[in-house]
Design a protein around this ligand. Structure first.
Ligand SMILES: [Zn+2]
Length: 314
């Protein structure tokens, strides 16, 4: 199964700005079809349906929805972020922030950043660690427990109040693009984990992150990888076409987004194998081939994991 495109879409890529955007097609031969996506958003208690088509940028390989939902719809949608992520009761919230895996996640990310940028942890504790779209702030709770100064950024006011009360961290309740300029040059690490794919204008998001970073500070982003083996073999089984995912990055397009936001020293890699779901890889058809798991792991190691990690330095 492969992607094929028509070069007749009169639009410009939201990341690299190139024209000649293509409709994404999946299937093969006479079975080619255009993936159309129905999305249901909540707005003032009402469900709003939007239908979008998946487009592909032939220059940077970004895939994205067209049309995009307007900002007002998204803002309303994320005001109930706790509902969307199953952290709407205090019991569920507390269980999420006290999950033992949070500490492991922070250590894995911080160790990777320290190794990648040859910087010790003291530097990363010299300014804020900001978590953009922190939901129940498990990541910042674990980071705070390790002595870091944390700011949780989240639209859902209830989650912000709980994060402030039960974690004792600073919070900003609102859309990321509305964060006050008083936070400029104050972060040593900004984490955007499983969140950038929800943003309407990812380059703007990354540019704002850059202005919030201290000199030498690092932005860390984790996104699903539409260039992964699974998506290339079976786009429907890819599993990341969630209701509010608007943009789909590959290695090249996430790097382009960092470059457009003027980051230097950019590193893109597959997320550690622990984040990969083995069954998803087997589903692609490799299960019918006489191939050992170690061979599959070798393929994954060739930068084809389901998730990408990207970091850039100011
Ligand atoms: Zn592009």
């Amino acid at each position: 199964m492969s992607f094929v495109g028509y070069q007749d879409v009169n639009l410009h890529c939201p990341v690299c700005g190139a024209g000649n955007q293509e409709l994404t097609l999946c299937g093969g031969g006479s079975y080619l079809s255009v993936p159309r996506r129905l999305r249901v958003y909540s707005q003032n208690g009402q469900n709003v349906i939007m239908e979008s088509t998946l487009l592909h940028c032939s220059a940077c390989s970004l895939q994205y929805l067209n049309p995009m939902p307007p900002r007002e719809i998204l803002e309303n949608h994320y005001k109930n972020s706790a509902l969307l992520h199953g952290t709407y009761t205090l019991e569920r919230f507390l269980s999420a922030i006290n999950d033992v895996d949070n500490k492991k996640d922070v250590n894995t990310v911080m160790d990777w950043l320290c190794t990648t940028f040859q910087q010790n942890r003291d530097f990363f504790s010299s300014g804020y660690l900001m978590d953009v779209g922190c939901n129940a702030g498990g990541f910042i709770k674990a980071a705070k427990d390790m002595g870091m100064k944390c700011l949780g950024i989240e639209i859902d006011q209830k989650l912000c109040d709980w994060n402030k009360t039960f974690i004792g961290c600073e919070v900003f309740a609102g859309m990321f693009e509305d964060i006050p300029e008083t936070y400029n040059d104050s972060a040593s690490v900004i984490v955007i984990k499983d969140s950038l794919e929800h943003h309407l204008t990812p380059v703007t998001t990354l540019s704002i992150a850059r202005r919030l970073l201290k000199e030498g500070g690092v932005l860390f982003v984790e996104v699903p990888n539409i260039g992964c083996l699974l998506a290339q073999h079976n786009i429907e089984a890819f599993g990341w076409f969630e209701a509010d995912h608007l943009v789909y990055f590959s290695k090249n397009s996430i790097r382009t987004a960092f470059e457009k936001s003027k980051f230097t020293n950019i590193v893109v890699s597959s997320a550690p194998a622990s984040n990969l779901d083995r069954s998803d890889v087997i589903v692609t058809g490799l299960g019918h081939v006489d191939v050992s798991w170690s061979e599959v792991e070798k393929l994954i190691a060739q930068e084809k994991g389901r998730k990408l990690w990207c970091a850039g330095r100011k």
